[in-house]
Write a protein that binds this ligand. Structure first.
Ligand SMILES: [Zn+2]
Length: 290
């Protein structure tokens, strides 16, 4: 059996049940009732939280139900657990973390007593472990930490702060933030900076090369980062989105989708303006077929 098929539910399809019942009527070996009781789920599966959360950001804006490479089996395990709790129709148990799965996961979070950003439909470590109880273990756990850290006087979470420090260490100048995260607690609000993981960085005084090197340093540590320009209607700055930050606003999540597909994260979804020499392949999903 392939890795994927081992994750398939053990429930029999209607046709399989009918066929077995028919066989039993012929053979009379065991009672029909015993056939209708599905066998117990055997091995626990493992859910890679990074792959899961990236799929939850990349999949919803897709026009179809495409699966993010490397994430399908992990998403399917979570969808099966949501379905078993009556929160997701079985027809959406397909490995695609679309808007139905986001809604179902948000309901699971509300059932656990969460609200606001904690019930935004992106799996957090606590809700995911609780959902997986007796079903799957969680690996590559994402912890955003405190929402009240600061970096250069701007509000960010612990994970973003560490990522910024790591990017800063890659360049010989200092990263200066002009805007931080958590400008609103409403997960459905329009602003990309309203949730966690999103910052603006000044490029004041930088040469063109320094700007691009800063973009690359940010990308190398896991940000979706773009240089914003006057031609796009902005004063020069870098907008950076910490991929897989579970506090992210809906609009910033859609920018991760754009980044994954080589676009710029703006309304027109134009191509990424970053010169190819300053792009990076830092994660499994960037190296995957898109
Ligand atoms: Zn920004």
């Amino acid at each position: 059996m392939s890795k994927h098929s081992s994750d398939k539910p053990t429930l029999l399809t209607r046709r399989q049940i009918q066929l077995r019942a028919l066989t039993l009527m012929v053979t009379g070996a065991v009672t029909v009732l015993s056939v209708l009781i599905p066998p117990a789920v055997s091995a626990q599966t493992t859910v890679n939280m990074e792959r899961l959360v990236v799929a939850a950001m990349v999949d919803p804006p897709k026009s179809g139900t495409g699966i993010t490479p490397g994430a399908g089996a992990h998403v399917e395990s979570v969808e099966r657990a949501l379905s078993a709790k009556g929160l997701l129709s079985s027809r959406y148990v397909d490995g695609h973390f679309g808007s139905s799965t986001i809604s179902a996961y948000a309901q699971w979070q509300r059932n656990l007593g969460y609200s606001g950003l904690d019930a935004n439909g992106l799996p957090g470590p606590t809700s995911l472990r609780q959902l997986g109880s007796g079903r799957f273990n969680v690996t590559r756990v994402i912890n955003t930490g405190s929402r009240w850290e600061s970096y250069g006087g701007k509000r960010v979470n612990t994970r973003t702060k560490r990522m910024l420090a790591a990017a800063d260490a890659k360049v010989s100048w200092s990263l200066v933030l002009t805007q931080g995260s958590y400008t609103s607690s409403n997960p459905g609000s329009a602003g990309t900076h309203d949730g966690g993981g999103v910052v603006d960085i000044s490029v004041s005084g930088m040469s063109a090369t320094q700007r691009w090197k800063t973009v690359k340093a940010l990308r190398d540590v896991g940000f979706a980062a773009w240089l914003r320009t006057p031609a796009q209607g902005f004063a020069y700055h870098i907008h950076a989105v910490a991929v897989a930050d579970t506090d992210m606003s809906r609009t910033a999540q859609a920018q991760v989708h754009d980044y994954y597909f080589g676009r710029n994260g703006l309304r027109g979804h134009a191509g990424d303006n970053t010169p190819s020499s300053y792009r990076s392949s830092f994660t499994w999903w960037e190296q995957s077929r898109r």
